[in-house]
Design a protein around this ligand. Structure first.
Ligand code: SF4
Length: 690
């Protein structure tokens, strides 16, 4: 049996593992002693590999390029030569007729690797001529990047996953670690075992709430009010670090004025919490010798997410919990390489290495390296702009690479209508996803397990992964496909391997320059910034309390609380919140094709509801129900549980039948444009037994 070292393709924990291979077929996985996982894996790591083998449980692997010559025609299998010529000519025609900004492209935060994301954004900028390139960070931690860039000057986790267990207080805010990142959850448990105090702010009784010293069961949609009240307590009770604030931050007076009205008593009705528990939580947080704040989608998938991220980072600044080990702010990135897609510039506002597209120096540097006269200077569109831009006829072509927005975006009816309006749509993937059904051309790529590369874990850690098996079918590496298309469009682009791409991007990105393939060999783990060849990387940011903002000081920021956009009423009396589940991942195209994981649950998916609401509605446990919102209606199975709070229901978003995004509202944060997946007004109706 062969063993091939790789990194798990699911969440951002960055677990290192061996794929076990017999006769060019993956037959198992075993954990390795990686920096973040230390010989452990969760069930997705152990059992989430056989989608590579084309199990066809949910959908078959794509094995040949396919095109549709018209929208009502069937897909036909074609040669790569024909597929590339067809795609290049149609894309070039759209560009010539409507301009480069009529085309939208995506990076992929999943198993493809940093190198392919680098090549994709280069294709967008140097070949198409647009900054309309984005990735699914937009729908998850986009607000963390936007918010932290403003307050601290760096959008990533400040400290390392392995430091969590040595923090003496962990404030877990809107983050269900057990389902999202089981290996991070283990660090929280270890911290507890080492004597840390745990504070959980979450409407649901999530796993971490069970071991918490304090569980603040706040109302859905009250984040900003609670964060402001936390700040109010720290200031009015004199719990903040006066010296740290004076020396290393700015904006204190304005901040103090904004939070002044958010006394714990004032926010009681907004948050559903008592003033006493709000005060006690902050006394606990402020008293700890080291404290870490971790957050997830419960913070970022709201219409006021960026403000809340800024507010949470301000709590760390107020208490001096930055710039040293075992403290900090932790937006724990969801998908395995969503940090990497951002690192590689699959974002509309930055080149790789977070170099702004509006900087003439950065544009000149990249243009020179890429051999083009100029690069676009206008910040591009976001993924969440696609529906309305297509609807308005301003977006004509969409190149969707390793994403499935027809399953994962809010208000799917709107998404489908937008796709139908496009002149041309390309899908590059490993599976025939829901989005691929709308494509004019489908380009089949190699999968994780079939190619090499580097991923970035949630804490800025670069790790190499390697090919385990030869791909079956007429498929190509993502970066090869992009090179062929670029060349056909008149921009010769050919790479020998991923190392050649990695070396090009290292040369262009001072933050990553020292992270060579050689240093990343084996279990190598390098956290950026790593600016020189002999540097080991940076486990924690802001050493010496120097922040990456002009003047070097952190910004304290607070904002007035805004309620969720949708209101519950007599017709739609419950608030729907979308969540993750531990056995499945994202749009499920990968985990849904894994034998062991698929047996964990069957479609339709679940809607969890509190016993009180279920009784009022006459719903029994496991009964089929309709879940309806102002946008659509889906079937689901009721799961009655005390863990769900009264007035809210929860659905996971990976089910193809009963997709919860048929129901969700397309309302976005005004800065990050991240959708408010966490609150849509719905009603439930029991379906009578047949
Ligand atoms: Fe580790 Fe996340 Fe993979 Fe589980 S899903 S093995 S926690 S990387």
């Amino acid at each position: 049996m062969e063993k091939h070292m790789t990194v798990c393709p699911y969440c951002g924990s960055g677990c290192k593992l061996n794929l076990l291979v017999e006769n060019n077929k993956v037959v198992g996985a075993e954990p390795l002693n990686g920096v973040t996982n230390e010989g452990e894996l969760c069930l997705k790591g152990y059992y989430g590999w056989d989608f590579i083998n084309d199990t066809k449980i949910l959908t078959p692997r794509l094995k040949h390029p396919m095109i549709r010559r018209s929208r009502d025609a069937e897909f036909e299998v074609v040669s790569w030569d024909e597929a590339i010529k067809f795609t290049a000519s149609r894309l070039a025609a759209v560009k010539a007729k409507y301009g480069p900004d009529s085309i939208m492209l995506t990076g992929s935060s999943r198993g493809t690797g940093n190198e392919s994301n680098f090549v994709m954004q280069k294709f967008a900028r140097a070949v198409v001529g647009t900054n309309n390139v984005d990735c699914c960070a937009r729908v998850c931690h986009g607000p963390s990047v936007s918010g932290l860039m403003v307050t601290l000057g760096n959008g990533a986790m400040s400290n390392s996953i392995c430091e969590i267990e040595d923090s003496k207080c962990i404030l877990v805010f809107g983050y269900n670690a057990a389902d999202s990142h089981p290996i991070v959850a283990r660090r929280i448990i270890k911290a507890k075992e080492k004597g840390a105090q745990i504070i959980v702010c979450d409407p649901r009784r999530i796993e971490t709430a069970r071991i918490a010293d304090m569980w603040l069961q706040m109302k859905n949609g009250s984040n900003m009010a609670l964060v402001n009240a936390f700040a109010n307590v720290l200031i009015t009770e004199g719990l903040y670090n006066n010296d740290y604030v004076a020396n290393f931050s700015e904006g204190f007076e304005e901040y103090k004025a904004t939070v002044a009205k958010y006394t714990p008593e004032y926010v009681e009705s907004i948050t559903g919490l008592s003033a006493k528990e709000i005060r006690e939580a902050m006394r606990m947080y402020a008293a700890a010798p080291s404290a870490t704040i971790l957050w997830g989608m419960g913070v970022t998938q709201w219409g006021q997410a960026v403000d809340v991220v800024k507010g949470l980072s301000s709590l760390a600044v107020l208490t001096g919990n930055l710039g040293r080990p075992n403290v900090g702010v932790g937006p724990v990135r969801g998908q395995n390489n969503v940090q990497g897609a951002c690192d590689m510039g699959a974002l509309p506002n930055v080149f790789p290495g977070y170099q702004s597209v509006t900087s003439p120096e950065a544009r000149a540097k990249f243009a020179k390296a890429w051999g083009v006269e100029s690069l676009p200077d206008k910040i591009g569109l976001s993924i969440t702009d696609v529906p309305h831009m297509a609807e308005e006829g301003k977006l004509k072509a969409f190149y969707c690479f390793g994403e499935d927005p027809a399953q994962t975006e809010p208000d799917l009816n709107l998404v489908r209508k937008a796709f139908e309006k496009l002149d041309f749509m390309i899908v590059q993937d490993i599976f025939m996803t829901k989005t691929a059904m709308f494509a004019d051309v489908v380009l089949p790529a190699t999968s994780w397990g079939e190619h090499d590369g580097v991923f970035s874990s949630a804490d800025r850690g670069f790790q190499r992964f390697t090919k385990a098996v030869d791909a079956k079918g007429d498929v190509k590496h993502d970066w090869e496909i992009l090179g062929l298309l670029a060349t056909e469009m008149g921009y010769p682009m050919k790479y020998k391997d991923t190392k050649e791409i990695w070396d090009e991007l290292r040369e262009l990105c001072p933050l990553y320059y020292g992270a060579t393939y050689e240093k990343l060999d084996g279990l190598g783990y390098i956290q950026w910034p790593c600016t020189t060849l002999d540097a080991p990387g940076t486990p924690y940011l802001y050493e010496g309390n120097v922040f990456q903002r002009e003047g070097g000081k952190a910004l304290l920021f607070a904002s007035e609380w805004r309620p969720p956009l949708e209101k519950v009423d007599a017709e739609y009396p419950l608030g729907l919140c979308t969540v993750r589940e531990v056995g499945h991942y994202s749009c499920r195209s990968m985990t849904g094709n894994c034998v062991a994981l698929q047996t964990l649950a069957d479609e339709p998916g679940y809607v969890t509801i509190n016993p009180q609401n279920a009784k009022e509605l006459g719903i029994r446990d496991q009964q089929l129900v309709w879940v309806a919102s102002r946008r659509g209606k889906v079937i689901a199975r009721a799961s009655i549980t005390e863990r769900t709070n009264v007035g809210a229901v929860y659905m996971t978003y990976q089910w193809w039948i009963g997709a919860c995004n048929e129901l969700t509202v397309h309302h976005v944060d005004p800065i990050s444009k991240t959708p408010e997946y966490k609150f849509s007004a719905v009603r439930l109706e029991a379906i009578a037994d047949q």
